[in-house]
Design a protein around this ligand. Structure first.
Ligand code: MG
Length: 219
């Protein structure tokens, strides 16, 4: 019997274009907002701020929030609310968003508890849930990526299962990324569903091309 469904956010609750995140228009917007924040915080000219961002990327890779914290004294919350939190989801949620009706059916036919587990930061994720119109389904049950307990660690899954007091075998994980959303849940005995519009190879128990087909596949 299913008691809990954990959803990834981006690429799962709505579709994302195929291809690497660091090549996406979304990431370009994160870069622009980050450069603006450097310029504002330190009163630097834009070109100077661009150079600083470039060096952050060389030194910290994708962990830009850590660079802001260690080099500029900007807290992680401040960084994410001024960058990811300022990006409007409307421009990125164009296709394949989950319908509230699907979640109503999921709750009555598949499992009574819903959660979100994502490595994206909270200001963005809450804006996404609001934009899709589904925030009421996940009140207080949204785990985001600002902590060290991130996907794909086992702990990131176990903390949610423990909060709900359920077993892995009573839990479903729905995601779009084999490494982040499928591999570890499989090892833990969680039932996995890959949202797979681009037909990638997978070890997930189920796959769907459209999140709104979830109930059809699982019933
Ligand atoms: Mg995803």
């Amino acid at each position: 019997m299913n008691k809990l469904i954990i959803f990834d956010c981006d690429g799962t609750l709505y579709q994302q274009p195929d291809g690497p995140f660091l090549d996406s228009p979304f990431w370009q917007e994160v870069i622009e907002k980050s450069i603006d924040l450097i310029a504002e915080t330190k009163k630097y000219a834009k070109d100077e701020a661009k150079n600083i961002f470039h060096n952050f990327f060389i030194d910290y890779g994708g962990e830009i929030s850590r660079a802001f914290n260690e080099r500029l004294g900007v807290s992680m919350d401040e960084y994410f609310s001024h960058t990811w939190g300022k990006i409007h989801p409307r421009d990125y949620i164009q296709r394949g968003a989950i319908h509230a009706k699907t979640l109503d059916q999921v709750l009555t036919k598949i499992a009574p508890n819903l959660a979100v587990l994502t490595n994206a930061p909270q200001p963005w994720v809450l804006n996404v849930l609001r934009e899709i119109g589904i925030e009421k389904y996940f009140c207080g049950n949204v785990w985001t990526g600002e902590t060290a307990i991130r996907k794909p660690t086992r702990e990131s899954y176990l903390q949610i299962i423990n909060k709900f007091g359920v077993l892995p075998k009573e839990t479903l994980m729905i995601g779009d990324d084999e490494k982040l959303d499928i591999q570890v849940p499989l090892e833990l005995g969680i039932t996995t569903v890959l949202v797979n519009p681009y037909n990638k190879p997978t070890k997930a128990r189920y796959q769907i091309t459209d999140i709104n087909k979830l109930v059809e596949v699982l019933k």
